[in-house]
Design a protein around this ligand. Structure first.
Ligand SMILES: Nc1ncnc2c1ncn2[C@@H]1O[C@H](COP(=O)(O)OP(=O)(O)OP(=O)(O)O)[C@@H](O)[C@H]1O
Ligand SMILES: [Mg+2]
Length: 296
């Protein structure tokens, strides 16, 4: 078990919560010029024997999962089986929780994100995250929201207008907001706010985007819009999405991993594979029971 003491999120006057800090990928360290050119592109993320603890309690055990480059992987399973914990392992957010510990490896294009000398802030810039509840900075303008991660990371950008436009187009929000980029982010609808958060994550050109139930607070129309956005992002980033909505998992994902925690036992992956397979002929009867709504 690796003990983690790290809490390297520098407080900034506009960050209220660790979630905001992480979702804007607050890399404080280096000045990197990344803007203006094409996005860096999607990466493969791979968990090897990943385990997670809260204090003495093992909550996730032995997760081996490859989330292929440019594909959408859905994480499904009943409440409390460790899906969010697993997502937080994937971008080094788990270590922000006091008493949290982990074991195993998480590899981004083959490189261990926990290797000695690797900075958590830089990893969170390459692996962005969108949360259940949209968390834009409500008083900031739409434009400032998109650029917030960049500003916090102190990244240089030659053409901010272009970056804002590109990010909003990729997030599927441009047409709805292009005439009011100076309006406050808080004035958008919930679904628009969620796409604004996606745009904010995309503005730093991550290789992977993690989404934890991104539509659970949204109405069906906004949900459909976010799903279209996810579909369009395939070429730009690898997406890992947690969802309780089985139809959504079927609609948006290429691959699916079924997590389960039996009573008082740590969560684990029962099986994973192509989404069609998981929803039609999975190997384990518990998988079919779950996806057909017989429990959970
Ligand atoms: N900060 C924390 N401190 C202690 N235990 C935690 C913490 N966060 C989660 N847990 C525990 O870890 C286990 C996994 O929780 P997690 O939130 O990852 O589940 P989940 O699959 O995302 O559930 P849900 O579908 O309800 O969001 C649960 O038993 C939970 O009680
Ligand atoms: Mg969760």
């Amino acid at each position: 078990m690796t003990d983690i003491q790290t809490n390297d999120v520098d407080e900034d006057d506009i960050i209220d919560t660790p979630e905001q800090a992480a979702s804007v990928s607050n890399a404080m360290s280096s000045k990197v010029e990344i803007i203006g050119g094409p996005p860096v592109g999607a990466s493969t993320l791979e968990a090897r024997d990943a385990c997670a603890w809260f204090g003495e309690r093992l909550v996730l055990e032995g997760v081996n999962l490859t989330m292929p480059k440019g594909k959408v992987t859905a994480l499904i399973g009943p409440s409390g089986c460790g899906k969010s914990t697993f997502l937080r392992l994937l971008n080094r957010m788990h270590e922000l929780i006091p008493g949290a510990a982990l074991d195993g490896e998480i590899r981004l294009d083959g490189e261990d994100i926990y290797a000695t000398g690797t900075r958590a802030q830089q990893i969170r810039m390459r692996i962005g995250m969108v949360f259940q509840k949209p968390n834009p900075f409500p008083a900031m303008s739409i434009q400032e929201n998109v650029l917030a991660g960049l500003k916090l990371a102190r990244l240089k950008c030659d053409d901010k207008d272009l970056l804002v436009e590109q990010s909003l187009i990729r997030a599927g929000l441009w047409k709805e907001v292009r005439d009011r980029l100076d309006s406050p982010g808080g004035a958008l609808s919930g679904g628009q706010q969620q796409r604004l958060c996606i745009a904010r994550s995309l503005a730093v050109h991550p290789n992977v985007l993690l989404m934890d139930e991104p539509c659970s607070a949204l109405d069906p129309t906004s949900t459909r819009r976010v799903e279209e956005t996810i579909d369009e992002l395939r070429d730009v980033v690898t997406v890992v999405i947690v969802t309780h909505n089985m139809q959504q998992a079927q609609r948006v994902s290429d691959f699916c991993a079924f997590f389960l925690a039996e009573e008082n036992q740590p969560g684990f992956v029962v099986e994973h594979g192509a989404t069609d397979y998981i929803f039609s002929t999975p190997k384990d009867s518990r998988t079919l029971d779950y996806v057909q709504g017989r429990f959970g």
